[in-house]
Design a protein around this ligand. Sequence first.
Ligand code: HEC
Length: 160
Amino acid sequence: MGRGDAATLAVALLLGLAGCTAPGGTDMTVQPSLRPQQQPRPSAAGTLPMGGEPSVDRVVAAAALRNPVTPSAASVDSGEKLFGIYCALCHGPRGQGDGPVAQKFMPPPDLTMKAIAERTDGYLYATIRNGGALMPGLGESLTPEERWDVVNFLRRLQRP
Ligand code: HEC
């Protein structure tokens, strides 16, 4: 091996060693992986971020929130459809606490009963958004307007 060859080999070895420690090499902590905490991924189509609207306590919402959606036939119809998809499994199609899941779970209250009919729209809205003691929040499934549509449908159930 001539001097030129030895020098080439030395350079190749150094480059090889450098390659092992360089970012993107074998060190897993510096691999170019996706780090959700640093690169929040955009939400999938059709899902809703809860952000943008501050979370509201039900008691605060009861007094503070006003229903901005007129209970038109279109709103009540939309609420009925959404209730069938998201609520009836527990609450039953007419809100009477007789959905199929209620038999496996704590039976939910009859939504047409007086105590619930007397709740304000804001309280019902916040219950739909955030859930209750046992009820799961449905804020990620329904847009604010859809939640008000469901409130408008509940009113129709309560005062037919
Ligand atoms: C997984 C079952 C389940 C689903 C789905 C569900 N609920 Fe409930 N809901 C409950 C249970 C159990 C309670 C009673 C305990 C509690 O408040 O968490 C309840 C309570 C309520 C109350 C009474 C709150 C109060 O304190 O007066 C309202 C109003 C209500 N639900 C509306 C809805 C609406 C509207 C939907 C659909 C958008 C829905 N729920 C979806 C189980 C459910």
